[in-house]
Design a protein around this ligand. Structure first.
Ligand SMILES: NCCCN[C@H]1CC[C@H](NCCCN)CC1
Length: 290
């Protein structure tokens, strides 16, 4: 009864609101405040420190795009690492790729995992895949311990730079990701909004260009319940076999794959994959000049 408004210094002067039917969970983990509420029109909603992480109605857009943009850009992903993503949605999407043999996930906050399993079973279903290995801990430390060249792909499904995810937007972290990737390996990170965070994006792009000597691209998609209604992704590859992110070499939207799946793709397809890299001029100017 009433409204939840997502007010934050990260998006001054604006706030997206959702009508609340019932608060289902409120807790405080070692890292952040965790809340789940039943909204009137977007299903259940997961909130961390007052910031909307996902809603049942539109999480498909973010989870499918952050996963398939990188994994459909390399021919045969086998070893995948997810940093963050404790709700399990990215795991659900990675599991669609039959070439994948090993899925490691490193999530710092166990409460996010437990709350997702309890309130978001269609998202946490990702944990049911036998290839998944869950590590509870800091992604920065996890990556430091990973042997060089271990992974074909790393997906950084983080919250925003204010809070526990702050380090995941800084240069040393990107360097440890590059080391953990094989030559021609790919990384996809959550990369904020071109309407709200062009300066953060500018810094991320210039750091990535220094660290990832393959290709560096920015893609974006629509997620109605994220501030400004859009979210971006950094797609980078390490030096080695060239990766053309704009044309998927490993399509996941083929009928034979989709018809077999219990949870068919709701958002991602090969056309929207390529379209995601088309940027408005004000963003293109900044991103392609760095
Ligand atoms: N698996 C879903 C995790 C959600 N990731 C992030 C949650 C916070 C959200 N703030 C958007 C801030 C404005 N760009 C970005 C995605």
């Amino acid at each position: 009864p009433g409204w939840f408004s997502e007010i934050s210094p990260m998006w001054p002067g604006e706030a997206h609101s959702l009508k609340v039917e019932k608060i289902l969970f409120q807790g405080k983990s070692d890292y952040q405040n965790v809340m789940v509420f039943q909204s009137s029109t977007y299903g259940k909603v997961l909130v961390l420190d007052g910031v909307i992480q996902l809603t049942e109605r539109d999480e498909c857009a973010y989870q499918e795009m952050i996963t398939h943009l990188p994994l459909c850009s390399i021919p045969n992903p086998k070893k995948v690492l997810v940093i963050g993503g404790g709700d399990g949605g990215v795991l659900r999407e990675v599991s669609r790729h039959s070439s994948v043999e090993q899925i490691d996930i490193c999530e710092i906050d166990k409460m996010v995992v437990d709350v997702s399993k309890q309130f978001f079973p269609d998202v946490a279903v990702g944990y049911d895949d036998p290839r998944v290995k869950l590590h509870i801990g800091d992604g920065v430390a996890f990556l430091k311990a990973v042997p060089a060249g271990t992974y074909d792909a790393v997906i950084v499904d983080s919250s925003d730079p204010i809070g526990p995810a702050q380090e995941l937007f800084e240069k040393p972290f990107f360097e440890s990701v590059a080391k953990a990737l094989r030559p021609g390996g790919v990384v996809c990170t959550q990369a904020e909004s071109i309407w709200l965070h062009m300066h953060i994006i500018e810094d991320i792009v210039s750091n990535c260009r220094q660290i990832f000597k393959g290709s560096v691209n920015y893609a974006w998609t629509t997620v109605p319940t994220y501030p400004s209604g859009v979210i971006g992704f950094m797609l980078c590859s390490t030096e080695g076999p060239p990766v053309d992110f704009k044309h998927p070499v490993n399509p996941i939207d083929r009928d034979d794959i989709c018809s077999k799946s219990k949870h068919p793709l709701k958002f991602y397809n090969s056309e929207i994959h390529s379209a995601a890299f088309c940027l408005p001029s004000f963003a293109k100017k900044v991103i392609e000049s760095k």
